[in-house]
Structures are given as structure tokens and as C-alpha cells.
Write a protein that binds this ligand. Structure first.
Ligand code: NAD
Length: 349
């Protein structure tokens, strides 16, 4: 299994392979870049089909965290970890503590947090053996006003991003009558719908889970549509808030929305779909920029948590996107490419 010549290797500072015979822990921690600060990133536990698949995931995800933090203006680096195993079957307190000891050995270069397959309760166990744990939403943060759930901040950031996109394209400050299709109305999508509804937008929604759709119909007068219809609706904005790779060879030609702006991670099936969107005249808000509200919120957790400070930082998602849109238009380059260049410039500084 190559590392330095791996297609996803991108000058990662440290890649640690962690093994613990007593608990069966098999994990990989990737610290991509610490130029701006300690590398923060979630720990994903997943029954990877192979070690190669786990390595690919951790290399790709840790790099994404570096770019996300840099573009969000956070003094934080990018990292990620993966535990190979089924979280429902293989996760034990001892295995988590062994993971914590592996994190501790890196001396603080990597700060672990929850991700798919791990929870806040798991992070509390890990915190028994290392101080390098984030996203705990401990009692001090909650007492100071943090909800403990990053979704409200993520939804607010996406709403601010949609405002920036509308302003760029139509020079409009208000969203009254704007037609928005939201794919996935879970933690983030539902809250995004609330912001849009309060701003006077009209909503079309879909979800795998029927009660989630019914709630949006009831509370926001949203129109329920089928899962296979949402991306091709005749609306102004398509907001993917469910799963990745929704912008692909099949969906892009059918898009009628002029703006794609949503919370989902890894929306582009392949990097070049960014250019395909541009060539179709569709304004794409790079996912890792518009969905950074959650890590911004987590960054401020602690006894000094101040909602107004977090809110001011969330507003910067809008100004960063406005800059990306303006530069992309001026340079006739895709927005995702501009976002990457801006993040890299911040990393060099
Ligand atoms: P969630 O699980 O609460 O909501 C996702 C919703 O999408 C669920 O209701 C699910 O039923 C629905 N869904 C799944 N597949 C679907 C499909 N094919 N069509 C329609 N609906 C489908 O997750 P969330 O926390 O709201 O996150 C949504 C997206 O945003 C994810 O991609 C997540 O990685 C990303 N994200 C979330 C945060 C956060 O703070 N929660 C931060 C950054 C990025």
C-alpha cells in the first residue's frame, strides 16, 4: 500500500498507523497540515472493506479539514482519524481509550472529535486518557450558551451563503419569493428551511424519512416532492443537505436552478464537475466553504462561549463566498478552484 505516492497523499505532515493488540484497535490518524494551528478533525468508525480504503478516506478527509478551517479563517489545522470496524459491533470503552492513547502520543498535533460512527459519549471516554479532544460540548460550553449541536450554526451559515449567492447573481438583498429546493430536511436542512421561510422564500422539500417532510409542509407550507425530482425542479436555488456526489453527470444537465448552495459534504461527484456547473451558468457555493458553520461553532466552545461572536464569524461565510463569486466571474474560473486557491494562500500566510 503506497503512501507517499498515494493519489490522495498531499504533503500530509504525519500519518500514524495505530494498533492495540489487547483491544483489537486498528486505526489511522492523518495530520494534514498544522500551519495555522493544531489539526482538528473527527474520528470516523466504519467497517472499511480494506485497509487501503481506510487510508484513502483519512488522507482525503484530513486534507478537506485543512482547507475548510483555512477558508473559515480559523487558527486551526486539518486532520482526521479512522477506526476500522463496525461501530455497532466492535466499539468498546477499552478500544476507545486505546484510540485516546494513540491520539495522546501525537502530543496535541491532532485534536480528535466525533464523526460518523462516534459520538460525544465516545469522546468523553477518550478524554479520560488525553486532553486533546474537541467537540465535547461540555457543561461549561452549554452553560455559556452553546447547544452542543453544530447543526444550527451550519444551517445559519448556509442561509448566509444563499443570501450572498442571491446578491451576487441578482443584486438582491431580500429573499422574498425566492424558490428553493431542499434535498434532505434533517438536522441542518430543517433549520435551513426555517431561516428561508422566515425570510419569505418558497420551499420544495424531499427526504427519505416521510415525517421530516411532513413537518416542513406543516410548519413552512413547503411543497413535498419525490426524491428523484428535487434536483431538476424549476427553482432558483438547489440546496443539497443530504448526501454527497449529488452533482454528477446525470444531475447537472437536468438542473434548472441558477444557484447550488447547501450543507452536504463532497457535493461534486468529481472535481471537474465544478467547471461543468460554471459552463452551464450555474453558481456553485463550494461545499466546504458554505457548510463551515459547525466547525466555527465548535471552535468557540468553552466557558467564554459568546453567541454574538459566533454569529459575527458566521457572517464571514457570506463575505468569503462573495469574494469567491467575484473572483470566479472576473477570472472565468470555477468557484471551487478559486476557493482552493484562497485557502492555500491563507495556509502560506
Ligand atoms: P441528517 O442525517 O440529520 O439529515 C440528512 C437527511 O437527509 C436525513 O433526514 C435523511 O433522511 C435525508 N436523506 C438521506 N438520503 C437522502 C436522499 N437520497 N434523498 C433525500 N433525503 C435523504 O444530517 P445533517 O446533520 O442534517 O447533515 C446534512 C448534510 O450536511 C450531510 O451531508 C452532512 O455531512 C453535512 N454537514 C452537516 C453539518 C452539521 O453541522 N450537522 C456540518 C457540515 C456538513
Amino acid at each position: 500500500m503506497p503512501l507517499f505516492s498515494h493519489p490522495e497523499f498531499d504533503a500530509h505532515e504525519t500519518v500514524s498507523f495505530c494498533f492495540d493488540a489487547a483491544t483489537g484497535l486498528r486505526a489511522i490518524i492523518a495530520v494534514h497540515n498544522t500551519n495555522l494551528g493544531r489539526a482538528l478533525g473527527g474520528c470516523r468508525m466504519w467497517p472499511y472493506a480494506s485497509e487501503a480504503e481506510a487510508l484513502t478516506d483519512v488522507l482525503r478527509l484530513s486534507r478537506g479539514m485543512t482547507y475548510k478551517a483555512a477558508l473559515a479563517g480559523l487558527p486551526q489545522g486539518g486532520g482526521k482519524s479512522v477506526i476500522i470496524g463496525d461501530p455497532r459491533r466492535d466499539k468498546t470503552p477499552e478500544l476507545l481509550r486505546a484510540m485516546g492513547r494513540a491520539v495522546d502520543r501525537l502530543g496535541g498535533a491532532y485534536v480528535i472529535a466525533e464523526d460518523s460512527g462516534t459520538s460525544v459519549a465516545d469522546m468523553r471516554l477518550i478524554a479520560e486518557v488525553t486532553p486533546h479532544v474537541g467537540g465535547l460540548a461540555d457543561a461549561r460550553s452549554v452553560a455559556a450558551g452553546r447547544s452542543g449541536d453544530p447543526s444550527p450554526a451550519t444551517a445559519k451559515g448556509v442561509f448566509i451563503g444563499i443570501q450572498a449567492a442571491v446578491k451576487h447573481l441578482w443584486q438582491r438583498d431580500d429573499l422574498r419569493g425566492l424558490r428553493v429546493a431542499v434535498q434532505g430536511v434533517g438536522n441542518v436542512g430543517y433549520r435551513l428551511c426555517r431561516h428561508l421561510y422566515d425570510a419569505g422564500a418558497r420551499l420544495w422539500v424531499t427526504d427519505l424519512h416521510a415525517p421530516a417532510v411532513e413537518r416542513c409542509v406543516r410548519e413552512f407550507g413547503a411543497v413535498a416532492v419525490g426524491m428523484d425530482q428535487i434536483a431538476a425542479l424549476d427553482v432558483d436555488v438547489f440546496a443539497p443537505c443530504a448526501l454527497g456526489a449529488v452533482l454528477n453527470d446525470a444531475s447537472i444537465p437536468a438542473l434548472k436552478a441558477r444557484i447550488v448552495a447547501g450543507a452536504a459534504n463532497n457535493q461534486l461527484a468529481r472535481p471537474e464537475h465544478d467547471r461543468v456547473l460554471m459552463e452551464r451558468g450555474i453558481l456553485y457555493a463550494p461545499d466546504y466553504c458554505i457548510n463551515a458553520g459547525g466547525i466555527i461553532d465548535i471552535f468557540y466552545e468553552g466557558p467564554d462561549y459568546d453567541a454574538a461572536t459566533v454569529d459575527a464569524h458566521l457572517q464571514r461565510i457570506g463575505s468569503t463566498l462573495s469574494e469567491i463569486f467575484a473572483r470566479a466571474a472576473a477570472e472565468r474560473r470555477p468557484t471551487g478552484e478559486i476557493a482552493d486557491r484562497m485557502a492555500e494562500a491563507r495556509l502560506r500566510r
